[in-house]
Design a protein around this ligand. Structure first.
Ligand code: UDP
Length: 235
C-alpha cells in the first residue's frame, strides 16, 4: 500500500445516490464495501462527510435564515450522515469511532486529537463529524484540517466526477482532465478543487489531494495501492 494513513472526504450529496434528498442506504453500503477493501489492507482510515444532502447553511441564509444558526444545522446534518456511514461500516465488519467537533456525549466522542490518532493506531476507522465546529467553514476545510492534525499522507476527495478538468465537463465538451497538477497551477487557472480555505491549508502544509470518482467501485483501493486515478494535486 502506498499510503499508511488516509483521510477520505465524501460530500453529503454522494450519500444521496440517485435520490433527491437524504441518504440512500444502498449507496452507503456500497461505500462501506469500498472502504473495507482498504481497511483489510491495514491502511489507517479517517473520514469526513459533508451534509449537503440534508442541510446547507449558505442556501438557508439565502432563504432568510440567520447564517450562523443555519451553519450549526448544517454541522448537525454531517453528524446524521456520519452515523449512517458508521452503521454501514460496522455492519460490514469494521471497527469505528465517531468523533465530533460539537459535543454529543450520548452518541459519539468529542474530537480530541490524541484520541483520534490512538483509534487509528488501533485499527479503528475514525469518522470526524460536525465539520470544524465553527460556522462559515465547510467540511472540505474540516477534512484538510483534520488530515493535517492526524498527519495523514493524503486527502482523498471522492466526488461524482473522475478528477479535475480544465472546465466543467458536464457543461463543456472540450474540457480535458489533469492527471496531476500543482497547487500553484490550480490557483493560477482558477480551478475548483476545494474552497480556498481548505485548499490553502493543504498547500501550506504540503498535503497532497487526490480528486477521484468514488462511485466507481474499486477506485479507492486502487488509489491506496498507489495507482494514479483521478487527479493528484501536489507541490
Ligand atoms: N458547516 C459549517 N462548518 C463546518 C462544516 C460545515 O458551518 O466546519 C455547515 C455549513 O452550513 C455547510 C453544511 O455544514 O453548508 C454542510 O457541509 P458542506 O456544505 O461542507 O457539505 P458537502 O458540500 O460536503 O455535502
Amino acid at each position: 500500500m502506498k499510503y499508511k494513513r488516509i483521510l477520505l472526504k465524501l460530500s453529503g450529496e454522494a450519500l444521496m445516490g440517485n435520490k433527491q434528498y437524504g441518504i440512500d442506504i444502498d449507496r452507503v453500503a456500497q461505500y462501506a464495501q469500498d472502504i473495507k477493501a482498504v481497511y483489510d489492507e491495514g491502511v489507517e482510515i479517517a473520514i469526513v462527510i459533508g451534509g449537503g444532502n440534508i442541510y446547507r447553511g449558505l442556501s438557508a441564509e439565502k432563504a432568510g435564515m440567520d447564517r450562523v444558526q443555519a451553519d450549526y444545522m448544517g454541522m448537525l446534518a454531517t453528524v446524521i450522515n456520519s452515523m449512517a456511514l458508521q452503521d454501514a461500516l460496522e455492519k460490514a465488519g469494521m471497527k469505528t469511532r465517531l468523533l465530533t467537533a460539537i459535543k454529543m456525549e450520548q452518541i459519539c466522542e468529542p474530537f480530541i486529537r490524541r484520541r483520534a490518532v490512538r483509534h487509528l493506531e488501533k485499527g479503528r476507522i475514525v469518522i470526524f463529524g460536525a465539520g470544524t465546529g465553527n460556522p462559515y467553514f465547510t467540511t472540505d476545510t474540516a477534512a484538510s484540517l483534520r488530515a493535517i492534525e492526524i498527519n495523514a499522507d493524503v486527502v482523498l476527495k471522492g466526488t461524482r466526477v473522475d478528477g479535475i478538468y480544465t472546465a466543467d465537463p458536464e457543461k463543456d465538451p472540450n474540457a480535458t482532465k489533469f492527471d496531476q497538477i500543482t497547487f500553484q497551477d490550480v490557483y493560477n487557472q482558477g480551478l475548483n478543487v476545494m474552497d480556498m480555505t481548505a485548499f490553502t491549508l493543504c498547500q501550506e502544509n504540503k498535503l497532497p489531494i487526490i480528486v477521484f470518482d468514488m462511485n466507481k467501485s474499486g477506485n479507492l483501493v486502487r488509489l491506496a495501492q498507489g495507482e494514479l486515478i483521478g487527479t493528484l494535486v501536489k507541490d
